[in-house]
Ligand binder design. Structure first.
Ligand code: GLN
Length: 313
């Protein structure tokens, strides 16, 4: 901590500084640096420095020698707007704790709500005695795929990412959460042969693809400077090139009646529905809201090919 008045004394002769004083000082420094959740992050960094869970700090443990310096170094990184998740090396997504590392997109809380319709659909099919096949495109850390795999035992889950770093991290996360049977593949969603072995057989395609338009560079340094561009920018003037490829892949992969669930930006709800409708492959094309009520998720159902399901004349 470099701000005057918040660098607590350290070393063997220093007077005891309470954990609360350290955390209060760090929270002030982080607030001044524009961090959105300064106290939360100050506590999370203290827990990380102590090798404990945040809840264990309710009864503060004794502070080991060197804690002040170690904590100050962590707080300084966060003050410089390095993502908290990169510093502590993990994040929480739904029920899971996932490894996170620089070079791979940090899963966001809003994407937890994108996973929900996929989980619900897989659970419904499982309850009906089926083995649901769920494909997560642009999986990153594996967050959505692993949420489905762990929340719906018996589902067959496939995760795809273009980035080699993401694929290896998703595999590591699959092992870590006990979902080692999730198939993780390195592939491009724009490839017309993507997962050709599954064409027409998938029950759910779910995706949080890159979708930011080129003129909407994020203002948060944590995002702009630390999330990979590959995972942020969707390509094309509207940012929807990769989302269009996801919808096209879903049209190929889904079985009749299969569900497409895809995250997009708030301003893209109409365009995203248009993309799905224009393929002619989907019905019940709707937009679901995120937790703050913003239209952020395309949901659509694969139509049966003409004639299938029609009652005989
Ligand atoms: N939601 C991301 C962000 O917050 C945008 C890209 C994405 O999620 N695919 O910046």
């Amino acid at each position: 901590m470099s701000a005057p008045g918040v660098t607590p004394p350290d070393g063997p002769d220093a007077p005891a500084v309470t954990l609360r004083a350290y955390v209060d000082g760090a929270a002030r420094v982080l607030a001044e640096a524009g961090v959105g959740s300064p106290r939360h992050d100050a506590l999370a960094l203290a827990a990380h420095a102590l090798g404990r869970d945040r809840v264990d700090l309710v009864l503060p443990p004794p502070l080991p020698a060197g804690f002040g310096a170690a904590y100050a170094a962590l707080v300084e990184r966060r003050r410089a707007r390095e993502p908290l998740q990169h510093i502590i090396g993990r994040t929480v997504f739904r029920w899971l704790t996932l490894h996170v590392e620089p070079g791979v997109f940090v899963p966001r809380p809003e994407t937890e709500t994108v996973a929900q319709p996929a989980v619900d659909e897989a659970r419904r099919l499982r309850a009906a005695g089926r083995t649901p096949v769920v494909v997560d495109l642009c999986t990153g850390t594996g967050a959505i795929a692993l949420a489905v795999a762990t929340e719906v035992p018996g589902a067959r889950v496939v995760a795809v990412d273009l980035s080699a770093a993401a694929v290896s991290l998703a595999r590591r996360n699959a092992q870590a959460v006990g979902a080692a049977d999730v198939r993780v593949e390195q592939a491009d969603v724009r490839d017309p042969d993507l997962l050709a072995d599954l064409a027409g057989t998938v029950d759910v395609v779910v995706s949080n693809p890159p979708y930011i338009p080129p003129d909407a560079v994020p203002t948060d340094p944590e995002v702009r400077d630390h999330d990979p561009d590959l995972a942020l920018y969707g390509g094309g003037a509207d940012g929807l090139d990769v989302p269009r490829a996801v919808v096209a892949a879903a049209a190929r992969l889904l079985a009749p009646g299969g569900l497409l669930v895809m995250e997009h930006a708030e301003v893209q709800d109409g365009p995203a529905r248009d993309v799905a409708t224009a393929t002619g492959a989907f019905t019940d094309v709707v937009t679901a809201a995120d937790l703050s009520g913003r239209p952020r998720t395309l949901v659509a159902r694969r139509v049966a090919p003409a004639g299938v399901g029609d009652s005989p004349a």
